[in-house]
Design a protein around this ligand. Sequence first.
Ligand code: PLP
Length: 436
Amino acid sequence: MGIASENEEFATRAIHAGYNPLEYGYAAVPPIYASAAFDLENAVRGDALAGGLIDGFEYSRVANPTVDVLEKRLAALEGGIGAVAVGSGMAAVSYALMCTGEGGGRIIAPSNLYGASVDALGDFLPQFGIHTDFVKSINDLSEVESRIGPDTRAIFAETVANPSTELLDIEPLAQLAHSHGIALIVDNTVPTPYLLRPIEFGADIVVHSTTKGITGHGNAIGGAIIDAGKFDWANGRFPQFTTQQQVISDDRNNEWHSFASKYGNAAFIKRIRIKYLRTFGAVASPFNAYLSLIGLESLPQRVSQQVASAQHIAQHLSRAAHVMKVNYSGLGYTPQYELVGKYFPRGVGQILSFLVDGSADNVRRIIDGTKLFSYVPNIGDARSLIVDPAHITHREVPAEARIAAGVSDNLIRLSIGLENVNDLIADLDQAIAHAY
Ligand code: PLP
């Protein structure tokens, strides 16, 4: 399928996938099911539902009809077999990493990740017995391979790093991971499935902060985990998937199951729902799921315009006074231009960052001097946003890792929204001119 027809098909799925109005009282728009629990109808049906013999809704901590539509739509857009929506992007990252590393596993990751993910991997998950081997370059296959040991469970990376926009070379990394029986988990928040679908290149698990481009209007925190359904969790490295578990077994009939034996290639996403969502409970609210569904309807149109504007602004800034460097892999001449051609035919996204000369005072004056850009620690909004990552979004990253990820004190990140691009450029120009 050519890019043009793929685009059209994606746009159709963004509006219709996972929803049949006939099953929801003919409502044209997926309704908000603000109900904590659902009628089990009668004892026989109740028993069958609770035993997992039939599909249906019981309690909104585990599944809810509005959230279910979002999950089905995200799975369809990413090309996965199933998804679980959760209360935030960090819940998605934490659940995916814990579900993989559970019981003493190790993760391989770069340090150019979102700040809270670096903190989780480097500082917090070790408290739960899950440790990380950080690598200098996640695209350096020999460095990555040298860190794979008997306890390694997964490689984790962002497909487009924030704020450097460094790109992940997914395909060879997935091949390397699979040749060792370990999984590739990617955070696809920055590009969104409109620009990149990592499962098509071999990723096993995709996580999102739906707070960003997917919801697209800065009005709802949310996250999602999508399962490609291709990884063999019973390959011997993941005892949590092959151990029999009460919650999915039937002790009255002496029928015992592990997640792998009961759910096969859906073992991961089932464990996320039945163990992680059910136990830790970072559930997506039906209202937030509704907002994400509305946002998804215009994802292709929003992201295309934002990418075009980001490209324009990156080019403009690379010629601007006081700008020392622009980080935007979509510039056409960056060292990663081959990866752009392979993975990002529609562009690399709406995030860019730039390094200015002068002191911290100049940086502050640029940020305070913009009139259209909101000073906000978020990305992927319809509004354009500006932030100083070293002080805000990456504050918890240790200095060494921050420098390695290019997050210096003079770096400014932009998330380009839907305003007129000439107005945005004029705003940046006047803010920079007045800051020196
Ligand atoms: N992953 C990436 C790449 C992010 O940029 C963020 C948030 O900025 C997150 C995960 C966490 O998402 P949330 O804020 O929805 O928890």
